[in-house]
Design a protein around this ligand. Structure first.
Ligand code: SAM
Length: 236
């Protein structure tokens, strides 16, 4: 699993345990210590999570199903899924992230929210080391950190874990976003410690098809500084 993209993985892991953790924990939080760009990203990301939850609710809900959320971050998706009654296995390459997701879950339950009968599990694990079989596998806004060849391997591995449904999001490679990204690179901000990779939807879809999926739902979320293409795939 580490044959390609090993260097990316090591630097991404380090970033999300250190500065990246500080930055994204704020963005994925509720406090107002965020700047305008971070607030915009927070808003866009919340829309992506909302769209996933809507899809799952529309499709009959997740109560009693198993869900693997790979690259769970601070638990933005994993926690609401657990509270909806799914048995959630959430993992992240960053131990700081996995611990924060667990802390947030416990804080939510401590506030008096009804705890699910199966509490979620939070683990520090890179997604290609995740094992088991799950009804649904989700992986949101993780692939942006990896080049396409590595993403192909990730899709293949996530596919081997998913029985019914795979939901992934990525930054789409369109002409407009490629230009935006170039411009962003010319004016690097202080906390851009990792490279961002855009992915052509056709490449992502080809990897999904190869692994036996067909894309059944598509969504796009774009705010000023956040853009994410969301795909749901079911067994072809
Ligand atoms: N999925 C979460 C969400 O949407 O709220 C977090 C998205 S955040 C931009 C990217 C996350 O992916 C970080 O928490 C990072 O540590 C994690 N990550 C990066 N590479 C990973 C890998 N190879 N395996 C598992 N997690 C990874």
């Amino acid at each position: 699993a580490q044959a390609s993209g090993g260097d990316e993985m090591a630097s991404v892991k380090k970033y999300f345990n250190t500065e990246g953790f500080q930055r994204w924990n704020k963005i994925y939080g509720e406090t107002d210590e965020v700047n305008k760009v971070q607030l915009d990203i927070r808003t866009g990301h919340a829309q992506t999570v909302g769209k996933v939850l809507n899809w799952l609710d529309e499709e009959g809900g997740v109560t009693g199903t198993t869900v693997c959320d790979a690259g769970c971050g601070t638990g933005s998706l994993a926690i609401p899924l657990a509270l909806r009654g799914a048995a959630v296995s959430a993992s992240d390459i960053s131990e700081a992230m996995a611990n924060e997701a667990r802390r947030r879950y416990e804080a939510t339950v401590a506030k008096g929210v009804q705890a699910p009968s199966t509490p979620p599990k939070f683990e520090a694990l890179d997604l290609e080391s995740v094992s088991g079989k799950y009804h649904t596998v989700t992986c949101l806004d993780v692939m942006i950190h990896y080049p396409q060849d590595k993403v192909n391997g990730m899709i293949e591995h996530l596919s081997s874990l998913a029985e019914e449904r795979l939901i992934i999001s990525f930054a789409p490679k369109t002409l407009a976003y490629s230009i935006l990204k170039r411009v962003g690179e010319l004016f690097p901000g202080p906390s851009k410690a990792t490279r961002a990779y855009l992915h052509a939807e056709a490449d992502v879809e080809a990897a999904l098809n190869k692994a036996g999926w067909k894309v059944t739902k598509r969504e796009m979320t774009a705010t000023q500084f956040y853009f994410s293409r969301l795909l749901e795939a079911t067994r072809a």
